[in-house]
Design a protein around this ligand. Structure first.
Ligand SMILES: [Zn+2]
Length: 172
């Protein structure tokens, strides 16, 4: 089932995702929902928390590969860094050039419990760092300079997403 993708400032996006302990039908359903939601949003990848489930699961559809990683962990980050324009399905409409390590080694398990370890490069390395960040409650906006962040807030809140008004002070 296609789910709505959670948008900032929903506080669930700041939660730390829990490890997945059971490979059951509920997990299968969540995986299907993630795949449908990501495909509808034309995303490269999605973390489970983005459809409201803070568990360590990500879906990718990137660089000709499609699949899931259960309980992914970053084992190594490269020394060399690269700046790339990045977006997030939970922060719609914003793209920033963000510097991150250019390649990364990740360990994860599959639904059948097999364990894998692989080094990733390019857009895939970027995607995995972004999704694994989601599992720690870290968002792209955390990498912005103060100036960039101020600019973001102005546009974001200027786009009609204003916080609720203060307690009504009418005294009639
Ligand atoms: Zn994201």
């Amino acid at each position: 089932m296609q789910r709505k993708i959670v948008q900032i400032p929903n506080p669930i996006l700041r939660e730390r995702s829990k490890p997945i302990l059971r490979r059951d039908n509920a997990l299968k359903r969540l995986m299907n929902d993630m795949e449908e939601s990501n495909s509808a949003a034309r995303g490269l990848g999605l973390a489970a928390v983005q459809i409201g489930h803070p568990v360590r699961l990500l879906h990718y559809d990137c660089a000709g590969r499609k699949g899931f990683m259960i309980n992914p962990e970053i084992l190594r980050l490269s020394q060399d860094m690269v700046k790339v324009d990045e977006g997030c399905l939970s922060i719609k409409g914003f793209f920033w050039e963000i510097e991150r390590p250019s390649h990364v080694t990740v360990r994860w398990t599959e639904f059948d419990n097999t364990q894998h370890e692989e080094e990733f490069y390019g857009v895939f390395a970027r995607l995995l760092q972004h999704e694994i960040d989601h599992m720690a409650g870290t968002l792209m906006v955390d990498y912005l300079s103060e100036e960039q962040y101020d600019g973001f807030e102005r546009v974001f809140f200027g786009a009609g997403l204003t916080p609720p008004p203060q307690e009504n002070t009418l005294t009639s």
